[in-house]
Structures are given as structure tokens and as C-alpha cells.
Design a binder for this molecule. Structure first.
Ligand code: ATP
Ligand code: MG
Length: 571
């Protein structure tokens, strides 16, 4: 039996992109800047699980490194805020990067590896009279910082002597002060048109144990100070980040120029990925988890990599998606359909076709012998004979899809209706003779006859044609399975737009659980993570968290066609 396993991944093939970042880097290599080296990094903060937006950054950074001879990419945890970070997140991020198909080799780093060096750099700034200990409260600092139209105000502590600053900073480190009592600020320019350069805070006191350094530190460097120096320490050549850091670039450069670091990486910004009908923000995703609006970070509806993986997405499809959306400086919202097409394109050639009836309707073939069972040949893939075939049993009692029968069917309905004939895939033509209902008028069973001359679904000698072909399973041979159908997690393209609560846009119908679905017996040994196409229904993946041999659970990865595109056109 051939099935798509969740764990088959390879290093990304080289990208087809030639975006503006790749062009800059290629030019730098050509002119032998940085001795022709290319060193990048992916710098997540371990304060949540990675989402599809991070995949864009991972593919970009690891992808570019792989495209250059000797190119390297670091995985660096930006772990400077112990109040929000944890080892659970660190481990999940490593697993996600690996799953996507990337390998950081011996280049795993943490900003916390550099705490001692960063401290020395801070001392160096103080000694140059380029940093000072400020004893205003955070609120006062914020108020004095001014706005884009109002200049900032110098701190009354700005002219503290170097000696006093060194003494206070050492005592901050020694734990003599409470949180918020003092901070260390860079001494740049309170009148700078760039608000980030108005004496930014570079160290603060946080009395919380760090997941790696424990109680060793009670002062922690701020992101802007840590990031550029970590880049410089690692010899990063190109520091790729999202557009919101464009305004921070002068500060990035100021710190490295002032400290005259041996290496000065080039920061280049690109647009974040935003995907319609979902959110790409760890904070918002965490809110969904904490409020139990989803079953967890790995809920198959979540745009997290763990969620998408559980749903059945392949790393190949996600890499292809990142390739396909490209890298630009313009913020754009990508249609969910683009992502869905990538997974369809990936699964279509390599996924076995089987039959599963989501909402079963019982069919009795009246002219088929009671105890007879025929094994009918059914290929796993219409265009790939190498995938082999299996035998599907045909018997007197079958299930078809409820949606494939209409009692009062219009002319153009090519499925089953009273008196009408259809083909059962790989099996026979059947004709509906009678509809059996319960006392409430609900249809419980169809009575049909079959034509023995159509075995294998072929046209009979009289040349009779039918338009509809239905999938089906044999009742005594079928397995009952739970099938979970997913829809968009939000019913607005841009949840939370215009200041609304993004949670108000949650789609109440984002999951439909079918507990009485019937799938063909060949799936008895389906393994967690395996993917199948249920003919006419879509691609499905055996849930690796809740499925078991006794009770199979399938997640619908994606439908065969984009039904939302049609819906949106109509409305
Ligand atoms: P979030 O708002 O979800 O917490 P973040 O930027 O704070 O995102 P980090 O852990 O700091 O998360 O991100 C690690 C890297 O991933 C950064 O370089 C960041 O620019 C990049 N990144 C995060 N979100 C996106 C996105 N939506 N598109 C592209 N890159 C992203
Ligand atoms: Mg962040």
C-alpha cells in the first residue's frame, strides 16, 4: 500500500525566486563584499509556536544560505525576556524548522549565550559616555520621549558621570535595585527625528529566572541592543527582517558603528506575510489557545506549523507557497486559496485515491445475491500505475453519499434519483427503484438494481451511457471512522481590521465532526500522518494525535476544488 507519510522531507530545492534581497546578496558576492560569504540567521523569540509567517522568514534565510556555496544560516533564539519565554517553545521551534526541511548544523545559538559579551559592550558604551543609567520611571521616559511632531526632553540623569554610571550599572547587575528603579539608556539624541534614536533603553531590571541562565542575571538587554550585536558576533552578513524594523535600522547601525564591532551586518527589510481569513501573530494565536477557542497550538485550523502539520500539510507545500508568494517591500494580503493550491499541487501526483463516504446513505442492491462478494480492481492513482492497486469488495449492501441522492431531482442532477441510473466507481451501473423512509419521512435506505453487464463500470453492450459516477463502500467491509471537516478559522478576510476584536470574526462553523463516516477496508492499517485522497471529497490525513487503530480519525486537509472562490465571486 502506498501512502503519503507525514515525515518525508528533504532539504529545500533551490528557489526559483530572484527577489530584491537575493539580487542585493548576489551583487555583494560578485563584488566580494564580506569576502564573498553569505551568512544569515532566523531569530525567533521563544514566546509561542511558529506560524506560516515565520515559514516565510525561515525559507528566506535558510533558502538563501543554501543557494550560496559555503552559505550558512544560524538558528538563534532571541531569548531576552524571561517573563514570556519557555523551553517548550524553544523545542517546538526547533522541531518546526527541522520539519520544514532545514538544518542549522552546529549553528544553534541563543542571545543569552552572549549576555556576558553584551554586558561588556554596555560597559564600553558607558565608558565612551554613550550610555547612562536613567532613574526615571518607564512612564516618565515614555512621556519625555515626545512624538513625531514633538521633540523629546533630556532626562535629568543624562549628565551623570561615567564613574557614577559604571557604579550604578554594576549594582543593577548585582541585584541591588528593584525592577523599574533604573534602566540603562543609549545617549544618542532626544531631538532625533527618529523616535527610536531618542536615548532608547538598552537594559532593564527583570527579576525572573531565565529558562537557560537561571538566576545568573537580573538585568536583561533590550531587543534593539541585543539583535545587532548578536548578528555582529556571529558574523551575519545579511540581517533580514520584516518592515516594522525599518525605523530601527539607524539604531542598529548606530550601536555597531559606535562600538566599532569587527563585523557590521547589513539589515534588509521585507514585507510580512499576512494571510486572509487567519491571523499571523503569536500573541493573537496564544489568545485563542488560552481562551480555549481552539483545542491548542496544534489545532488543525491554526496557521501554526504544528497545526498545519497535524492537518496534513506537507513541508514541500509550505516551501512551495513561500516560493510562490515571493519577497517584496509591499505589504500584501495573500489569498488562502494560494496556500490551498500549493497543497493540492503537492498531493495530487503522490497521494493514493481511496473511497470514503462522509455522510452515508444505505443502498440495497435487490438483484445481487445475499452472500456474494466480488473483489474489484481499483488503482490507487489514475495517472501513476507504479502506485499499484487494491481490491475493493462489492456486496449486496453498500453506502453512498447522502448528497449523491435527491428524491425530487432536477434534470441536470446527474447523480442518483428515483428511476435514474449511475455508475458506481470501479463496480457496476445501478438504478434506483425505491426509497425507504422511517415514520418521520426521513430517508433511511434506497432499493436499487444493478446491471451485471457493467462490471468494472464499463458501458454495457447496448451502449447505454450514464453521466454520474459515485464513490461507495461495501457495508460489511467498511470501517466506521471519524472525519473532521475544516473551514476557515475566521469569516472575515482581515480579522480585527479597524480596531475590532479579532476574536469576534471567528467562524462558528470552522469545524464539522462526522462520527459515522464509512471508509473502505483497505484503510484498516492507515498510520497516523498518512495522507489519502478520498475520491470526489478532498485530501485527508490520519490525525496523529487522536487517531488510533480502534478508532480512525481523519482530518480534511483541503477540498479538491476551491469552493470559497466561487462563493466570494457570488457574494
Ligand atoms: P509575532 O508577531 O507573531 O510574535 P514576531 O516577529 O514577534 O512575530 P519573532 O519570533 O520575533 O516573531 O520572529 C522571528 C522572525 O520571523 C523575525 O525575523 C520576524 O521578522 C519573522 N516573522 C515573524 N512574522 C512574520 C511574518 N508574518 N512574515 C514574515 N516574517 C515574519
Ligand atoms: Mg517579536
Amino acid at each position: 500500500m502506498k501512502a503519503q507519510s507525514a515525515n518525508t522531507t528533504t532539504q529545500s530545492e533551490s528557489s526559483h525566486q530572484n527577489d530584491f534581497i537575493r539580487q542585493i546578496i548576489a551583487e555583494n558576492v560578485k563584488t566580494n563584499k564580506n569576502d564573498g560569504k553569505v551568512v544569515t540567521r532566523f531569530p525567533p523569540e521563544p514566546n509561542g509556536y511558529l506560524h506560516i509567517g515565520h515559514a516565510k522568514s525561515i525559507c528566506l534565510n535558510f533558502g538563501i544560505a543554501a543557494e550560496h556555496e559555503g552559505g550558512q544560516c544560524y538558528l538563534r533564539f532571541d531569548d531576552t525576556n524571561p517573563s514570556k519565554e519557555s523551553l517548550e517553545y524553544v523545542e517546538s521551534i526547533k522541531a518546526d524548522v527541522r520539519w520544514l526541511g532545514y538544518d542549522w548544523g552546529d549553528r544553534l545559538r541563543h542571545s543569552s549565550d552572549y549576555f556576558e559579551k553584551l554586558y561588556e559592550y554596555a560597559i564600553a558604551l558607558i565608558k565612551m559616555n554613550k550610555a547612562y543609567v536613567c532613574s526615571l520611571t518607564t512612564e516618565e521616559i515614555r512621556a519625555d520621549r515626545g512624538t513625531s511632531r514633538k521633540l523629546g526632553k533630556n532626562s535629568p540623569y543624562r549628565e551623570r558621570s561615567i564613574e557614577e554610571n559604571l557604579d550604578l550599572f554594576a549594582r543593577m547587575r548585582a541585584g541591588e535595585f528593584a525592577e523599574g528603579e533604573h534602566v540603562l539608556r543609549a545617549k544618542i539624541d532626544m531631538a532625533s527625528p527618529n523616535i527610536h534614536n531618542r536615548d532608547p533603553i538598552i537594559y532593564r531590571i527583570i527579576k525572573i529566572a531565565h529558562q537557560i541562565t537561571g538566576d545568573k542575571w537580573c538585568i536583561y538587554p533590550m531587543y534593539d541592543f541585543t539583535h545587532c550585536l548578536s548578528d555582529a558576533i556571529e558574523g551575519i552578513t545579511h540581517s533580514l527582517c520584516t518592515l516594522e524594523f525599518e525605523d530601527h535600522r539607524p539604531l542598529y547601525d548606530w550601536i555597531l558603528d559606535t562600538l566599532k564591532t569587527p563585523s557590521h551586518p547589513q539589515q534588509i527589510e521585507f514585507a510580512r506575510l499576512s494571510l486572509n481569513y487567519t491571523v499571523t501573530s503569536k500573541r493573537k494565536l496564544q489568545e485563542l489557545v488560552e481562551n480555549q477557542l481552539v483545542s491548542g497550538w496544534d489545532d488543525p485550523r491554526m496557521p501554526t506549523l504544528v497545526g498545519m502539520r497535524r492537518r496534513g500539510y506537507t513541508p514541500e507545500a509550505i516551501r512551495d507557497f513561500c516560493d510562490c508568494i515571493g519577497v517584496t517591500k509591499n505589504d500584501t494580503h495573500i489569498e488562502m486559496g494560494v496556500l490551498e493550491n500549493c497543497i493540492r499541487n503537492d498531493l495530487n501526483p503522490k497521494t493514493a485515491r481511496v473511497m470514503g463516504v462522509l455522510k452515508p446513505l444505505r443502498v440495497v442492491i435487490e438483484n445481487y445475491p445475499q452472500d456474494k462478494v466480488e473483489e474489484l480492481e481499483a488503482p490507487y492513482h489514475p495517472n501513476d500505475a507504479s502506485m499499484g492497486s487494491r481490491k475493493v469488495p462489492f456486496s449486496r449492501v453498500l453506502y453512498i453519499e447522502q448528497d449523491d441522492f435527491l428524491e425530487a431531482a432536477p434534470k441536470k442532477f446527474f447523480r442518483l434519483a428515483p428511476g435514474r441510473e449511475v455508475r458506481l466507481r470501479y463496480a457496476y451501473f445501478i438504478t434506483c427503484q425505491a426509497v425507504i423512509k422511517d415514520e418521520n419521512g426521513e430517508i433511511i435506505e434506497l432499493r436499487c438494481t444493478y446491471d451485471p453487464e457493467t462490471r468494472g463500470g464499463i458501458t454495457p453492450p447496448d451502449g447505454r451511457k450514464v453521466k454520474g459516477t459515485l464513490h461507495w463502500v461495501s457495508e460489511p467491509h467498511a470501517i466506521t471512522a471519524e472525519i473532521r471537516l475544516y473551514d476557515r478559522l475566521f469569516n472575515k478576510p482581515n480579522p480585527g481590521a479597524g480596531g475590532a476584536d479579532f476574536k469576534a470574526a471567528l467562524n462558528p462553523n470552522s469545524m464539522e465532526v462526522l462520527t459515522m463516516s464509512k471508509v473502505e477496508g483497505s484503510l484498516a492499517n492507515a498510520k497516523p500522518g498518512e495522507r489519502y485522497q478520498f475520491e470526489r471529497q478532498g485530501y485527508f490525513c490520519v490525525d496523529h494525535v487522536e487517531s488510533s487503530e480502534e478508532a480512525l480519525v481523519f482530518n480534511r486537509i483541503v477540498t479538491l476544488r476551491d469552493s470559497w472562490a466561487k462563493f466570494e465571486k457570488k457574494s
